[in-house]
Design a protein around this ligand. Structure first.
Ligand code: TEU
Ligand code: CA
Length: 545
């Protein structure tokens, strides 16, 4: 139908440029490094790359603090390198998504440098300034995601500015139409360079109304997105994905429903946050509760079944490694990584593969806080130690949940530093690179990499994977994830064991069938009988028509 979009059947690959491939030995990944790996990405079959920020930045938050939206950070290369990336990617059928970070800028952005000069500076109102409270303290109790108050006093003018992230990331004031016009102009400038769309950083925060204590989902959020759509990408055939930690099924429809003219889709995080501790959040994750996890997926699959569109992801640059978080890295690394990929990639939505996930990269085994580079981890270390947590307990939590788990360099081969750099990497390479690397896996038909390649290919071949209706089965089963997808006469049934034990499960009548096994991480299955016995972390998909 005419409602079909190219990005419905796309698979996106996220690159964290600093950690992907270093072409010049300075220890940091760069754009020429990415260009050198385009053949690798093409052979994986992906059709879109989401590039985490590559713009000029003091790198307080690895580029999520931008000081020039139209400049490329020197460590990543030049605008000419970027243009070459776009054109070389296009030759391989791959589009480039840029990371749009417009909730805040760097404190080194010229707008902020101007704004802080005086209360009547023309740029003052580009940011959010408030007087001290009557007792001279912060204007209100809002806190930063990275710990501590969301307000910093700027002594020169005696007012506080808002920063929902680090103090070096002052929040832009979206109520100011000049700010919005600047952002739209900048977006059009990049769109004209031939990009395939944007990933929008914390886009649910731009409608904040701080005096009312509102940060996410402010009253004008959707007006701004509709205006942005109208002024920039609305007339172009691009993919837009908003990061929205606050998204609910209802708000996801506001963002992504067809007639809303806002975004293609949003990242929601309910499958992530459902496992967070009530008090300590992600730093003390709860053990895997498969029944709860399945319920979250089913809820989202059904909520966006007829309108709107889902994203599908296990990981990104802020989250722990999928196989470490949801799988098993001690006895069933390969099996569990493939199982997780199978379950995710055969759902309805656009799958996102985070760099290294396709080879089953794992969390880090750091032992000292000096090995961490992430601003959130370092801030939280200070705050948690002040609050009495032991350094050992903090490291344990960081190795499970910290953002640097996802940021160690891509493991290309078994040469020093995993082939990521010939110099000294900006963050240590996971020592398991000698046995866990892309080169070993590409040549091994039974590898995690080849399993991902097959899943990406299956999505291109089978409409039922793209558009089929989702049904969940055995919702209360604590160990096994079962769902089906149906499109007219076609059906696939996905069965996955999330445990390190053999599990025998009685299948509902409706699912008992023979057909063609599309993919498996053990031997191909011949049929689904009344009883199915699954090996540890076994997962397969059966197709029938
Ligand atoms: O992340 C938003 C965000 O809220 C994360 O910081 C997240 O809450 C945290 O990792 C969970 O504890 C986006 C980017 O993805 C992140 O890398 C940036 O640091 C952040 O925005 C600020 O731009
Ligand atoms: Ca480099």
């Amino acid at each position: 139908s005419s409602d079909r979009k190219w990005w419905h059947s796309a698979t996106v690959y996220q690159i964290y440029p600093r950690s992907f491939c270093d072409s010049n030995g300075d220890g940091a990944g760069d754009i020429p490094g990415i260009v050198s790996k385009l053949d690798y990405l093409q052979s994986l079959g992906i059709t879109v790359i989401w590039l985490s920020p590559i713009f000029t930045s003091p790198m307080d938050d690895n580029g999520y603090d931008i000081s020039d939206y139209q400049g490329i950070a020197a460590e990543f290369g030049t605008l000419a390198d970027f243009d070459r990336l776009v054109s070389e990617a296009r030759k391989r059928g791959i589009g480039i998504l840029l990371d749009l970070v417009v909730n805040h800028t760097s404190d080194e952005h010229p707008w902020f440098r101007e704004a802080r000069k005086s209360r009547d500076n023309p740029y003052r109102d580009y940011y959010v300034w408030r007087d001290p409270s009557p007792d001279g303290g912060v204007p209100n109790t809002l806190t930063s995601s990275f710990g501590g108050p969301a307000w910093t006093l700027d002594p020169q003018t005696g007012q506080y500015y808002l920063h929902l992230f680090s103090r070096r990331q002052p929040d832009l004031n979206w109520e100011n139409p000049l700010v919005r016009a600047e952002v739209y102009r900048m977006m059009n400038w990049w769109l004209d360079r031939g990009i395939a769309g944007f990933r929008m950083d914390v886009i649910d925060l731009i409608g904040k109304q701080v005096d009312a204590g509102i940060t996410s989902d402010g009253p004008h959020l959707h007006d701004y997105l509709q205006e942005m759509n109208r002024e920039t990408f609305g007339s172009r055939d691009v993919l837009t994905v908003g990061e929205a930690w606050s998204a609910t099924p209802a708000s996801a429809l506001l963002y992504s429903a067809h007639d809303r003219n806002e975004l293609s889709m949003v990242f929601q995080f309910e499958h992530v946050t459902q496992a967070w501790d009530e008090t300590y959040g992600k730093w003390r994750p709860k053990p895997l509760d498969l029944v709860a996890l399945k319920a979250v997926f089913a809820k989202w699959q059904l909520a966006l079944a007829d309108d709107g569109w889902n994203t599908l992801f296990w990981g990104n640059h802020d989250l722990p490694r999928a196989v470490s978080r949801y799988g098993n890295t001690t006895g069933y690394h390969v099996e569990s990584a493939k199982m997780l990929a199978t379950v995710l990639h055969l759902m309805k939505g656009t799958p996102f593969i985070y760099q290294g996930e396709e080879i089953g990269m794992t969390n880090v085994p750091f032992v000292s806080i000096d090995q961490y580079k992430d601003i959130e981890t370092l801030n939280m270390h200070r705050l948690h130690l002040e609050a009495g947590l032991s350094p050992e307990d903090f490291i344990k939590g960081a190795n499970e949940s910290g953002r640097d788990n996802a940021r160690t360099p891509m493991q290309w081969d078994a040469t020093p530093n995993g082939g990521f750099t010939t110099g000294a990497p900006w963050i240590e390479v996971n020592p398991n690179y000698t046995t866990l690397n892309a080169e070993l896996q590409i040549g091994d038909d039974r590898s995690i990499w080849n399993h991902y390649r097959r899943l990406v290919e299956l999505r291109k071949q089978h409409e039922v994977i793209v558009y089929g209706q989702y049904h969940s089965w055995l919702d209360r089963h604590p160990d096994v994830f079962v769902y089906s997808r149906t499109l007219e006469q076609e059906r696939i049934v996905v069965v996955a064991n999330f445990r390190a034990e053999v599990v025998t499960v009685t299948m509902p009548n409706e699912l008992q069938s023979s057909g063609r096994c599309l993919i498996s991480n053990y031997d191909m299955v011949q049929a689904i009988g009344e009883e199915v016995t699954l090996q540890p972390y076994e997962a397969f998909a059966m197709h029938s028509d």
